[in-house]
Write a protein that binds this ligand. Structure first.
Ligand code: SAM
Length: 204
């Protein structure tokens, strides 16, 4: 029985995939990933399975496929930061999994900003209530966004909760050719459009 490898591939650009992660991907029989992450490895011409349905369904397929294939799950950023690792850990024994770290989207953004991130809270807005968050506690907060919690929704929430003077930094399509980093006030960000792929830093 083959072990399952979960590989963090970084924010997206091939040059940010670590050598050990690339080796795992080159050595596997099947890459399982979302469309965006599969694109990074298109040039390898490997067999792929696009992850486009629920996690439960994907885990079931992987459970079967690994009986005769070396399967690599390629996830964006780092597997342990709001990714699939927890779902695999709850289903498989640790000895059945190999985990390879990757450069997280937030690490990449902070390095672009030439800023240390140790005093920032690192959060995802998936299923979270915005009102819980005390923005005055730390130097700031970083959010992973999704289709619902866009930068402009976050800006509107900040304004509604009295955080009008915060600074927002939007890291969009990080590491890709169309990367854009926008630094502005919630008032301005509120009416701006961004792609679906963003991380947001809010700082005092
Ligand atoms: C399911 S989470 C995975 C996070 C990932 N494990 C990490 O360490 O970055 C996906 C979210 O990460 C962020 N993200 C990942 N890659 C990104 C990129 N290239 N540019 C901007 N945001 C990115 C976005 O907020 C996206 O919705």
């Amino acid at each position: 029985m083959n072990s399952i490898t979960i590989v963090g591939i970084g924010p997206g650009a091939l040059e940010l995939v670590t050598p050990i992660a690339l080796k795992a991907i080159e050595d596997c029989d099947l890459i399982v990933a979302g469309k965006r992450n599969l694109k990074t490895f298109e040039h390898l011409g490997k067999e792929v399975l696009e992850f486009d349905s629920g996690i439960k369904d994907m885990i079931e397929k992987v459970e079967y496929l690994r009986t005769f294939k070396k399967v690599c799950i390629a996830v964006s950023g780092d597997p342990g930061f709001y990714s699939f690792l927890d779902a695999f850990i709850s289903k498989f024994d640790e000895s059945e999994l190999t985990v390879i770290p990757g450069i997280s989207s937030f690490q990449y953004l902070f390095s672009k900003l030439k800023k240390s991130w140790k005093n920032f809270e690192l959060l995802s807005l998936h299923g979270r209530i915005f009102d819980d968050i005390d923005f005055n506690k730390r130097e700031g907060v970083l959010f992973l966004t999704d289709k619902k919690n866009t930068p402009s929704v976050i800006a509107t929430n900040l304004l509604e909760n009295g955080y009008c003077n915060m600074r927002m930094i939007i890291g969009e399509n990080l590491s890709y050719d169309d990367e854009r980093i926008t630094i502005s006030s919630p008032e301005t960000i509120k009416s701006m459009e961004f792609s679906d792929l963003c991380v947001v830093v809010i700082e005092r």
